[in-house]
Design a protein around this ligand. Structure first.
Ligand code: ARG
Length: 468
């Protein structure tokens, strides 16, 4: 029986169950590109440092190109018996180029190899997700701009509170997504260091040049300490946390879309592309897309907790437990990227029912606070007294079956003689919305100001990304 390529001391063939437990190829094969890139940089460095010959380097490099081609064309299917993607590629390389392939693993261990591949994967997706968040923000500010004077009831406790505009509501989500974007970019910056050349745990006696491989692979610099580098998975935890937070925001927006598309609200209509029917009720159009986005948030929290738990008791340095770092990250990354793409499409294609939103503002006495503020500012009443007077006005309006904004000056005065004629003006919902003109407030002017600030921010981010 041929010896396994990486088991000098193990003669018996592994049990089928061990393979099933131990082999990570079924999931870590998605790292094939990163693995080949890392190996190419490593081999080049070995040659530059005189550790392998130029001939061996040439064979390794062209062999790795062949392996890459074979994987991408499906000729090398990556569903064999190999333990993981690193062993699979090394085996195939050695089959193609012979002895030179066996020299590739000089001054390297799978510990720094996997730390490198996985980190490259995570950093790339930090960037990819950040870009998708920018795309989503662009669509949201477009909707916000179009709807910056469409009145809607602002809520607290899911009860009508004060009139706002729909654009302003969208801009609240834009603020969340801007923070998300920054988290992904900051994580990428913080973790942009190469672990390659750390070998098993302690470095290597070979004269490696870690700075060369680091810059070839696009990192800022090599990591500081090898013992840390082969066991550190903070970069993976960070992307999981960032995704969990992003999905929490996506889930909250989805929840509002679901609510707003009910017949009770009717504020929006999702495009038919993003709704499904019922198998029994012919009239139904269900908001499956936002429901799925809300539902998928759960697994991203699970993936974060799962890796936290894997890492918490691990002594330094590499332990096989760490192999459990990958599936959750792959799942969260796939979930986040798909969710962002779908959400953007949904935002762009939904219809906003301006009339329904504005009609909803005629319920719930949204401008009650405005009347209290008016009595303070114009009549000089203490706020607490004004608050009680307005409470009486609301009770009176309810008796008449009216909203406070529909009361006549006479009706107002009949509740309290201190209320003057012009008080009526502040009860108008649009005036109420536009009166909240403080910085960051809901007035159309302030909403447009926020949109403008975000547009400038977007340009800065795009220019910064271009320069990289
Ligand atoms: N498949 C392994 C992982 O994902 C690669 C590292 C193996 N290293 C080792 N010492 N067994 O973590």
């Amino acid at each position: 029986m041929a010896k396994k390529i990486a088991s000098a001391r193990i003669d018996t063939e592994s049990s089928q169950l061990l393979k099933e437990l131990n082999n990570s190829l079924p999931f870590d094969r998605v790292l094939y590109k990163e693995d080949i890139e890392g190996s190419k940089a490593h081999a080049y460095m070995l040659k530059e440092q005189g550790i392998i010959s130029a001939d061996d380097y040439d064979r390794i490099r062209s062999g790795l190109d062949t392996v890459l081609e074979e994987i991408e064309s499906g000729k090398f299917s990556l569903d064999g018996d190999d333990e993981d993607i690193h062993m699979a590629i090394e085996r195939r390389l050695t089959e193609i180029v012979g002895d030179a392939g066996k020299r590739l693993h000089t001054a390297r261990s799978r510990n720094d190899q996997v730390a490198l591949d996985f980190r490259l994967f995570v950093l790339r997706h930090d960037e990819e997700i950040a870009n998708l968040v920018l795309d989503l923000i662009e669509s949201l500010i477009e909707v916000a701009e179009k709807n910056s004077s469409v009145l809607m009831p602002g809520m607290t406790h899911l009860q009508h509170a004060q009139p706002i505009n729909f654009g302003y509501h969208m801009m609240a989500y834009v603020s969340m997504f801007m923070r998300d974007y920054e988290r992904f970019i900051e994580s990428k910056e913080r973790n942009n260091f190469s672990p390659l050349g750390c070998a098993a745990l302690a470095g290597t006696p070979h004269p490696v040049d870690r700075r060369l491989t680091s810059s070839m692979l696009g990192f800022k610099a090599p990591t500081l300490n090898c013992l840390d580098s082969v066991s550190d998975r903070d970069f993976a935890l960070e992307i999981l946390f960032n995704i969990a937070t992003l999905m929490m925001h996506i889930s909250r927006l989805s929840e509002e879309f679901i609510l707003w598309s009910t017949s009770e609200f009717g504020f929006i209509r999702l495009s038919d592309k993003h709704a499904t029917g019922s198998s029994i009720m012919p009239q139904k159009k269900n908001p499956d897309v936002p429901e799925l986005l809300r539902g998928k948030t759960g697994r991203t929290y699970g993936n974060l907790m799962s890796l936290f738990t894997v890492m918490k008791g691990l002594p330094l340095a590499y332990n096989k437990d760490t192999q459990e770092d990958k599936e959750g990250v792959f799942d969260s990354v796939r979930t986040a990227e798909l969710s962002l793409r779908v959400l953007k499409e949904m935002v762009e294609e939904m219809e906003v029912n301006k009339e329904a939103m504005e009609r909803a503002c005629n319920k719930g006495h949204l401008s009650a606070t405005d009347l209290a503020d008016y009595l303070v500012k114009n009549i000089g009443l203490p706020f607490r007294d004004a608050y009680h007077i307005v409470g009486n006005v609301v009770n009176y309006a309810e008796e008449l079956g009216k909203d406070i904004s529909q009361l006549t000056p006479q009706e107002l005065k009949s509740v309290d003689s201190r209320i003057d004629e012009s008080a009526c003006k502040v009860l108008d919902n649009r005036k109420s919305m536009d009166a909240r003109d403080s910085e960051g407030g809901t007035s159309t002017r302030r909403t447009l100001e926020q949109i403008d600030a975000v547009k400038r921010w977007l340009n800065r981010q795009k220019n910064a990304r271009k320069r990289e």
